[in-house]
Design a protein around this ligand. Structure first.
Ligand code: HEC
Length: 140
């Protein structure tokens, strides 16, 4: 009886863990998924800027690497919504984040960070509306 319960609990925990890891890998599809994705991008970007202030090259690279993965998901989202322009901007952001991750020396890092920042702004200007805390997707 006890053993059965334990096995059931363990089985549930395992099923839950599997579901969680699968869902975190799944392509963002809904507006809510996208919002989470952008919040994660914002967090990584903030952490990257913090690391840059501390001249922490390893920290900068680690956050930029997170953004490469996040923007891949962003690109997939826009591709699925058949928005070629936004998908291209996402791909550009991914490229700039990758350049930051691989750059050595403050000048190369700062240059790539500036390029990345420009890409965020370009896309937000056209496809983001609302105010901080309640941003949504604009039709464009
Ligand atoms: C391809 C287009 C695109 C690119 C590139 C992009 N964003 Fe966004 N972002 C959006 C859209 C659309 C929204 C509004 C949708 C939402 O927030 O749900 C948004 C929302 C956000 C939000 C608000 C999230 C919230 O609701 O609190 C943050 C923060 C953010 N982006 C950060 C960034 C940063 C930092 C970059 C660049 C490193 C970036 N984004 C690049 C399209 C983009």
């Amino acid at each position: 009886m006890r053993v059965t319960r334990f096995l059931t609990a363990a089985g549930l925990a395992l099923a839950f863990a599997v579901t969680m890891s699968v869902s975190s890998l799944a392509q963002a599809k809904t507006d809510e998924d996208y919002d989470k994705l952008m919040k994660a991008v914002g967090a990584a970007n903030g952490a990257m800027r913090g690391a840059a202030k501390e001249m922490n090259a390893a920290g900068i690279s680690a956050e930029a690497t997170k953004m490469v993965a996040l923007f891949k998901d962003v690109q997939g989202f826009w591709t699925e919504r058949k928005n070629t322009e936004a998908a291209e901007w996402a791909a550009a952001a991914m490229k700039h984040a990758d350049a930051i991750a691989k750059a050595s020396g403050p000048e190369a890092i700062m240059g790539a960070m500036k390029e990345l920042g420009g890409t965020c702004q370009t896309c937000h200007a056209k496809y983001r509306e609302g105010a901080p805390g309640a941003f949504t997707i604009k039709k464009g």
